[in-house]
Design a protein around this ligand. Sequence first.
Ligand code: BGC
Length: 358
Amino acid sequence: MRLPRVLLLAVASVIVLATSAACAAPEISVAAPDRGTIGISLPTTKSERWLSDGRGMEQQFELLGYKTDLQYAEDDVKGQISQIQGMIDNRVRALVIGSVDGGALKDVLASAATAGIPVIAYDRLIRDTPDVDYYATFDNFKVGVLQARYIVEALGLPEARGPFTIELFAGSPDDNNADFFFDGSMSVLRPYLRSRKLRVVSGETSFRRVATLRWDGAVAKTRMQRLLAGPLADERLDAVLSPYDGLSRGILEALVADRRRLPIITGQDAELDSVKLIAAGKQSETVYKDTRELAKVAVQMANSLLTGGTPEVNDTKQYDNGVKVVPAFLLQPVDVDRTNYRRVLVDGGYFTADQLAG
Ligand code: BGC
């Protein structure tokens, strides 16, 4: 029987999509086989990146014949635990989890292990449990290095006499990534702080002092307001280390309300609102992490575990979760500022020019 050309093309595109979505693609048929359901639990819908992670995984799992149960925990630790327990009770075949509190999932993951359900930590390491199989993430230390290097270069620190003033912000203390970002940044900034070319006027320099629970922009804004009214009242501020766009926007609001000259300020995630601020010369930098690629890595890991393969990893040393070193695949983050945001984000298809204009 001769198949019509349109149908042949459709079959060919299913094959191409299925094979490009995962290296270890299962056997291919036109009607996707029912391979069961994957539980995907992500931290919040309040930040754009997690929406795009969720969409990316749904699409790619579906191409491979899996159904998905995607749920968001809205930064509620207990809520996330009960969502995951519900997925286990519904016998999902695998769990992909972007944790709210990386140290709070020990018991629920023990129950996943008893049910024989493999677990992939998504973007954030899950700590203090043996029951996590693989970790899909970015080079988190490097994210912090990129942010700090941006500040060093923008201030011309190696040559300039200084001193310059800086304030430090870190992410949520229950997110393992937050330590990695901060450590990466401090590895670059520390020599300049020691030589006093850089001064933290507030004196608040330890991770604990500068951390921002649940990555909440309003919390960062309040802290910036306190610093501006207190230790920085009569000081110029040259730079702010901010690890995430949502915090950067809160910090910028505080600075604008205080009619300050805007400092160099970093960020992360290339969120649309922050990219617009970069285009307008208000936020200086962001670290772009292509969530479409991260979704692919996680889907490939789950699919290969479920089809008897071994997921590809490229780091077996850095991510000790307190019980074991979790084998990880690290993607590379990209530094973005006013000079390259169009090329990286628009030409790279992450945003359309219209989205940035709107
Ligand atoms: C992620 C960042 C994100 C932050 C806040 C971190 O775990 O790696 O990309 O900016 O959480 O959502």
